[in-house]
Design a protein around this ligand. Structure first.
Ligand code: SPD
Length: 277
């Protein structure tokens, strides 16, 4: 007998992985959290039927959501992570020695506990620079009175369930309020192939708030097997202006990201260029 786990995209596409066994499954106050072992990608986290991360390909996603922003802010010291409960984004941020403080606001303790227990290699949970706040990031960006951040990373799920409110103009305004001048906001912005309307909307909405919002692209097999996107938003920073010192600290330790990937990832295909105007 074989067991498969499928993510279904609006009843149009199904992406499946063969499962060896389940490690964890629990309904939290917010969502259904599962960790299971797949043949192709090893231990895998899914939430509400949506693949989140896997030990086999998490490096593509986490390196790409973090480093393009981090290497363009010389001496980035304070970083806010919204979501990111599996710990992979924080791990990549903490590889930058300039970082003194990472605040991570994740809504679901169950996700953190499941990943600590079953995918502990994803996180750098014991790093004293990491402050984990279990709470609602929507309220945090509205209300927090803290020193502004050099880099803010939004590592959320698709725009359904608790992540829905992370995809709108009010939320992005809150992020902009917490970002210092010269800071960068990076976020996952869905698949330009499978979820193009959402992708376009994210980029276009960000462009109403930030002077620059440039999508960039890379592979994440787990997300439907198609191309994935992240977006770099800032009022002052050019995404291609890499700070060599900042890059030097992390480039050799990455499995996917490097300076050539950085430059190439921002290339915009003609159809998207036309659609984004
Ligand atoms: N389609 C799923 C998108 C999920 C993006 N975030 C995943 C969390 C990895 N840290």
């Amino acid at each position: 007998m074989s067991l498969w786990y499928y993510e279904t995209f609006d009843d149009r596409i199904r992406f499946g992985l063969r499962v060896e066994h389940t490690l964890f499954a629990k309904q939290s106050d917010y969502q259904y959290v599962e960790v299971f072992k797949t043949v192709e990608l090893g231990k895998t986290l899914a939430i509400d039927g949506i693949y989140m991360t896997s030990e086999g390909d998490e490096h593509y996603y986490h390196e790409m959501i973090v480093h393009p922003a981090m290497v363009t802010v010389p001496g980035a010291r304070r970083v806010l992570i919204i979501g990111g409960g599996d710990g992979g984004t924080a791990r990549e941020v903490l590889r930058h020695p300039s970082v003194e403080k990472v605040v991570m606001v994740e809504i679901d303790q169950v996700v953190v506990d499941a990943c600590k227990a079953h995918m502990p290699e994803l996180g750098s949970w014991d790093d004293p620079r990491l402050e984990l706040i279990i709470g609602d990031a929507i309220e945090y960006v509205k209300q927090a009175h803290v020193e502004p951040f050099d880099v803010i990373v939004l590592d959320g799920s698709d725009p359904v369930g608790p992540a829905e409110g992370l995809f709108n103009v009010d939320f992005y305004k809150g992020v902009s309020r917490l970002l210092r001048d010269g800071g960068v906001f990076s976020l996952q912005s869905e698949s330009p192939m499978i979820q193009r309307p959402v992708f376009l909307e994210v980029v276009q909405t960000l462009r109403t708030i930030f002077k620059t919002a440039q999508p960039y692209f890379g592979p994440v097999l787990l997300y439907g097997g198609a191309q994935w996107s992240w977006t770099f938003a800032s009022n002052t920073v050019d995404p291609l202006a890499i700070d060599e010192a900042q890059l030097a600290h992390v480039e050799d330790g990455c499995k996917y990201y490097n300076r050539d990937i950085h430059r190439g990832a921002f290339a915009l295909p003609n159809d998207l260029r036309r659609q984004l105007g």
